[in-house]
Structures are given as C-alpha cells and as structure tokens.
Write a protein that binds this ligand. Structure first.
Ligand SMILES: [Zn+2]
Length: 248
C-alpha cells in the first residue's frame, strides 16, 4: 500500500455568516454522494447538530455508507475555553448518535478555530479524535494538541486549492508526500455554482463576492476536479477510508 487517506466533508449552512441557506446540502450533497458511490469510497462527514436536526433523514442515509462526526452544534467557535463549549460538544455528539445509530468519535472545529485547550474538552465530551489542525497555518503548526485520549488528524492543504488554476496539479504533486493519513476536506456547497442559485433563492450575495474562495469554480468544475483527484488516488493503490478507521 502506498498511502492512507481520508476524504472528509464539513456539512453546514452554505456560507456561515454570509448565506444561511442549505442549497449545498439539498442540491450539492447528492452529486457528491454519487461520486463517492461510483468510487466506492466511504468518507467522513462532519455535521453540525443544527443541520442534523433539520435533515434527520439525511443523517440516516449518510450513516449507511459513511462515518458521521461532529462539526459543533451551531457552527460557533468551540475551542474548549468555557464550560458552555463542553455542553455544546456533548449536545452535537448526542444528536448525531441518536440520528445515525453510530458512536461519534470525531470532531472538526467550526472555522478550524482551535486552541490547545480544545483537547481536554473533547476528551471530557467523549470524543476520540479531532481533525482541525491546518498545517498551512503557522500558528496551528505550533500547537501541542494530542492527549492520551484524543488523536489529531491534521489537514494538509486548503480545500479551495482544488478549485483554483493549477490546484489539481498542486494536489497531485504534493499530496502523497504528506503525513498519513492524508486528510482532505471539502464542503457540499462547493458542489453547486454558488452565486446564481443563492441569488435566485433571494439570498444577499454581496458579502459572498468579497470571498472568491467561496464561489470560484464551484459546481461542475469542482466536481470534475474531485473526480480526477479520486481517480489519481485510486491509481496509486492507497487505502481510502473514513478517519475512524485510522484510530488504532
Ligand atoms: Zn464549517
């Protein structure tokens, strides 16, 4: 085997803080699930508790083939600095477990905002791993995170690279040199063209235009590149599995 990798998705509102719609979930996610199913890949979905309550059937559908993990309850910062954070960490875990029938082991911090205090809080709330450390951020690299109970699966590369010119080539050239398991992360909203459907749904998109990482090459350009990336990984005969499989 040449490498171990995990494909992960953060499932939340389309653009927290900008667009509170759920078009990524209703329209984008089915396209992603089709690609995963064609590629026979079992992925990890980090889902907010509020999305799980809004789309309970979706959690059951995802749980049949994929790992369910937590992305907090409301997508607010959860860095373990207050007792309220531990309550919210427990709450999202409990909701996801009830709906999925799985034991939820994993957590990804909303907006990837983490501190070294997060890990004791995750241990208290019953999690076994985190996947929020962004290796491209200098202040993240300096953090001493892991504790005896909670493992870290760091993210290697910003997901938006894949959608920008030359991004696929960067992924293919550098990915396999990363620390195993290679953990990739994407959003269902990337699977739909972000500006037009949001405008059609009456969402104010002025704030979104200032964040090209949220809309450039979303929709079919993203889906095509993701397909190519998965084909590239398959050809190298590595193991593609959900993060929980790498806990031992
Ligand atoms: Zn998020």
């Amino acid at each position: 085997m040449t490498f171990k990798a995990a494909i992960t998705f953060d499932v939340e509102r389309d653009c927290p803080g900008v667009a509170d719609s759920h078009l990524g979930i209703t329209k984008g996610l089915p396209r992603l699930l089709k690609i995963l199913s064609e590629s026979k890949i079992s992925a990890t979905f980090f889902i907010t508790g509020s999305v799980a309550q809004k789309f309970p059937q979706l959690i059951q559908t995802l749980a049949a083939q994929h790992e369910i993990a937590s992305h907090g309850f409301t997508h607010t910062t959860l860095d373990g600095q207050s007792s309220r954070h531990i309550i919210e960490l427990r709450k999202s875990k409990q909701i996801l477990e009830e709906l999925s029938g799985q034991t939820v082991a994993g957590f990804r911090a909303p907006r990837l905002q983490i501190t070294s205090r997060l890990f004791p809080a995750l241990a208290l709330a019953g999690y076994r791993y985190d996947s929020s450390q962004a290796m491209w951020l200098p202040h993240h690299r300096q953090l001493q995170l892991e504790c005896t109970v909670v493992k870290e699966f760091p993210l290697l590369m910003p997901n938006v690279f894949l959608r920008f010119p030359g991004g696929l080539q960067v992924f293919q050239a550098t990915l396999l040199r990363g620390k195993s398991p290679l953990t990739l992360y994407f959003h269902p909203s990337e699977a739909i063209p972000m500006i037009h459907p949001l405008r059609a749904a009456g969402v104010q998109t002025a704030g979104l235009l200032k964040r090209p990482d949220r809309w450039v090459n979303t929709g079919y350009p993203f889906l095509n590149r993701l397909r190519k990336l998965l084909r590239f990984l398959h050809k190298r005969r590595g193991l593609l599995a959900p993060l929980r499989d790498y806990l031992q």
